[in-house]
Design a protein around this ligand. Structure first.
Ligand code: PEP
Length: 247
């Protein structure tokens, strides 16, 4: 089976931005339309409302960088998937390596967050990826399969609805990108796992993230199992992000 998959490029602004800077960045993205790829920006929670208002009449989507695993309740500081849905979020990044590392998010928590998002119609962009030490120890495949398997298990029959992002930790924000061949080989492993588990792996989007820039995006996105990118640093400059969306 060979299902065409539309390229998806998602910007992860991380904890960057300000109201004037966001307005300028979004204006740049809007001015560069149309895109042949699907394009989305995942912004800090506090900017979601303004982002939604700015992008509402365009085909650029927006989303969050995290979501609570809980539907509601006494969870101070958390934001639920229902709240994200209310603001029109199409996507929620879950399991970003910075959250796994700095907020002790386990595979099980990441899976619960993905489930909470899907339950409200928000597509989880589930991040998986190995550290440099794990790669050097030859554990890349085992690590990403373990991370993905927790989510597949929890989402069960809905697993085909997630987007997966392969983000080698050693490539995030370091300027050190996985080569197209390195990335492709992990993507092929992930797609085979998705296919075996859901029967829909060929139709699912698997993004690459890790120091994607205008000058390396095209060679990464040309790989057969790379369906676009999750973009950090380069998503903060309209010209760079637009160039990546067009790659
Ligand atoms: C990310 O934060 O998901 C990311 C890939 O960052 P960068 O593009 O800056 O490496």
């Amino acid at each position: 089976m060979n299902t065409p998959r539309k390229t998806l490029v998602v910007g992860n602004w991380k904890m960057h931005g300000s109201r004037p800077a966001n307005a300028e960045l979004l204006a740049g993205l809007l001015a560069a339309r149309p895109y042949t790829a699907d394009v989305a920006v995942c912004v800090p929670f506090v900017y979601l409302s303004e982002t939604a208002a700015t992008l509402a009449s365009s085909d650029i989507r927006w989303g969050s960088q995290d979501v609570s695993a809980h539907a509601q309740g006494a969870y101070t500081g958390e934001v639920s998937a229902g709240m994200l849905a209310e603001l029109g979020c199409r996507y929620a990044i879950v399991g970003h390596s910075e959250r796994r590392a700095y907020h002790a998010e386990s595979d099980e928590i990441v899976a619960a967050k993905a489930q909470a998002a899907l339950a409200k119609g928000v597509t989880p962009v589930v991040c998986v990826g190995e550290t440099l030490a794990e790669r050097e120890a030859g554990q890349t495949e085992a690590v990403v399969k373990r991370q993905l398997s927790a989510v597949i298990h929890t989402l069960a029959h809905c697993a085909a609805e997630m987007v997966v992002a392969y983000e080698p930790v050693w490539a995030i924000g370091t300027g050190r990108t996985a080569s197209p061949e390195q990335a492709q080989s992990v993507h092929a492993v992930l797609r085979a796992q998705l296919q075996a588990a859901t029967g829909h792996g060929a139709a699912m989007r698997i993004l690459y993230g890790g120091s994607v820039k205008p000058d390396n995006a095209a060679s990464l996105f040309a790989q057969p199992d790379i369906d676009g990118g999750l973009i950090g640093g380069a998503a903060l400059k309209a010209a760079d992000f637009v160039a990546i969306c067009r790659a």
